[in-house]
Write a protein that binds this ligand. Structure first.
Ligand SMILES: Cc1cc2nc3c(=O)[nH]c(=O)nc-3n(C[C@H](O)[C@H](O)[C@H](O)COP(=O)(O)OP(=O)(O)OC[C@H]3O[C@@H](n4cnc5c(N)ncnc54)[C@H](O)[C@@H]3O)c2cc1C
Length: 510
């Protein structure tokens, strides 16, 4: 163990989506020093990362932590949860679909105990984002995706939306907003927007790349810093004069806490991890957006142009009592048969897919350790489709039926040949549910495992200022603090949490 004094004002663990925002903003003040501990390499100059349309090539590769799920008796046990191991985190390998969370999403957080995080106070943080958020460019609008939007409108009577972030919506079809630069197809990820412009000009910002944080140093209830292992295997203690800010994401933030003895006492004791702070909510409330898929063969090849092969989508509100949408679809200009192939379906040469997902799923999962060894991946039990009234599975069945209605409508119908999966013969509730669950996939949105909540909520991990309850000198800011899932894709919500965290920490040049 080295005894070199590595001392900074703030230590940010994870240079990902939220971590990039926080490190960039805090170092706007030249008198503040920040160290970022990032498990992955830099994304600078790497076209495999920076070109948005190459995102699928990153899944399961060298830059992916690639977390398995534990067996899912009601769902698909084969889902691999991609989590990026690179500067910018998941914003460097995701599809950058950019939705400002709906007012009803933030208001639901308040109702869940996150007082002060409602739609009105959160609005200002969207305007602060530095990412280049624009609608899918005209040149990237594929003819079949345009026809999907028209067909959805015709079949369902939903409005066409041009700019989903312009005003709150409950339903509608349209091209997404993306955080990208259309002229080059380059990402406007958290690292590109927040870190690249300042990397060479801020001596107060230190980024330790390919360095893994494996245990927090807590002394008498205060976070003093974090133990890390560098790329060369050197073990260091990186110390924080003011605060540690944990931004390792919904999987790795609770994982690091548990390995540091912060979590449910009985679980820690069973693994022989010395209990530093009994905090029962760590790893609970594991949320996600599960999705299913329906695939059609097309009569011929599909035009090539696209931003990232899933540029348009649809929101539906089946229950008018809901404050927001309760069913969402991505439209893929490719046959997305990875999961159906396991059941024996074939990948057509040319095809398209609709992936219905559950904006507000009711099943709740749990993340836990199976070993005291920090190298062993944590167990992710999403408990997919286990909610009592079967709402989640029924939502996907509705989704498949609605997708078929759209496929019958022109101008989309003229493109489509046979329905490859589940296949037109699968029509009953039971068989559709069985299919939808067995081929279910994730939209890759794990969240909620260190949730923010009120003082009387014993499962809350952080308070309303994102401080870990019962400890000093440490906050969490990433997708793990979400008390409930946003109806829309969560990345913009994560960036906004990052911007707000800076205000709460009291840093930045503002
Ligand atoms: C394939 C994919 C597609 C997606 N598409 C979209 C989309 O289009 N729109 C959308 O809104 N959302 C999308 N998401 C979800 C969205 O990207 C995430 O919710 C969001 O980026 C999470 O941000 P975060 O800050 O919580 O974590 P991350 O961005 O994952 O950041 C965590 C960082 O911490 C680092 N790290 C973790 N543990 C350690 C450790 N112990 N030591 C050192 N470093 C560590 C990681 O390397 C990483 O850089 C997608 C996700 C995936 C995986």
């Amino acid at each position: 163990m080295s005894h070199t004094p590595h001392l900074y004002d703030y230590v940010v663990i994870g240079g990902g989506t939220a971590g990039s925002v926080i490190a960039s903003r805090l170092t706007e003040n030249p008198d503040v020093t920040v160290a970022v501990i990032e498990g992955g390499p830099s994304d600078v100059g790497r076209d495999d990362v920076l070109i948005l349309r190459r995102w699928m090539g990153l899944l399961g590769g060298d830059l992916d932590y690639d977390y398995p799920t534990v067996e899912q008796p009601r769902g698909n046990s084969h889902i691999r949860h991609s989590r990026a191991r690179v500067l910018g985190g998941c914003s460097s390998h995701n599809t950058l679909i950019s939705f400002k969370p709906l007012p009803s999403d933030w208001d639901e957080w308040e109702q869940a105990g996150a007082k002060g995080w409602g739609a009105v106070p959160m609005e200002a943080y969207f305007a602060r984002l530095k990412n280049n958020i624009v609608s899918v460019d005209e040149k990237d609008r594929n003819a079949i995706a345009r026809d999907f939007v028209d067909a959805a409108q015709a079949a369902l009577g939903v409005p066409r939306v041009e700019g989903f972030n312009k005003k709150p919506f409950t339903e509608g079809a349209g091209f997404f907003d993306l955080a990208y630069h259309p002229e080059t197809n380059k990402r406007s990820s958290a690292s590109v927007a927040y870190l690249h412009p300042v990397l060479d000009e801020r001596p107060n910002l230190t980024i330790l790349l390919e360095t893994w944080a494996y245990r927090l140093e807590i002394t008498e209830g205060r976070a003093e810093g974090v133990h890390v292992r560098t790329k060369d295997g050197e073990e260091l203690l990186i110390r924080a004069r003011s605060e540690v800010v944990l931004c390792a994401g919904a999987v790795d933030s609770p994982r690091l806490l548990l390995h540091s003895g912060i979590g449910p006492r009985a679980d820690l004791e069973e693994l022989g991890i010395p209990v530093v702070h009994d905090l029962p909510g760590v790893g609970e409330n594991l949320l996600d957006h599960p999705e299913s898929v329906i695939v059609w063969e097309t009569h011929g090849p599909i035009p090539e142009n696209s931003a990232m092969d899933s540029d348009a989508g649809l929101f539906v509100r089946r229950d008018p009592e809901n404050p927001g949408p309760d069913l969402m679809f991505h439209f893929y200009q490719i046959p997305f048969t990875d999961n159906p192939e396991r059941l024996g379906y074939e990948r057509p040469r040319h095809g398209v897919s609709m992936t219905p997902n559950i904006p507000k799923p009711k099943s709740r999962g749990r993340l836990y350790l199976t070993s005291a060894d920090p190298e062993v991946k944590p167990a992710l039990d999403f408990r997919y489709f286990t909610d009592e009234d079967d709402y989640d599975a029924r939502t996907l069945v509705d989704g498949i039926r609605i997708a078929r209605e759209i496929a019958k409508a022109e101008p989309l119908a003229g493109w489509l040949g046979r329905e490859v999966c589940p296949g037109p013969e699968i029509t009953g509730d039971e068989e559709l549910s069985e299919y939808a669950r067995k081929v279910a996939h994730t939209v890759y949105h794990p969240a909620g495992t260190c949730k923010m909540g009120a003082a009387d909520d014993e499962l809350a991990v952080v308070d309303l200022e994102l401080r870990i309850r019962g400890l000093e000198g440490i906050r969490i800011a990433d997708a793990s603090v979400f008390p409930t899932m946003t109806a829309v894709n969560p990345m913009i919500g994560v960036l906004m949490v990052g911007e707000r965290a800076v205000d709460l920490i009291g840093g930045g040049a503002r």
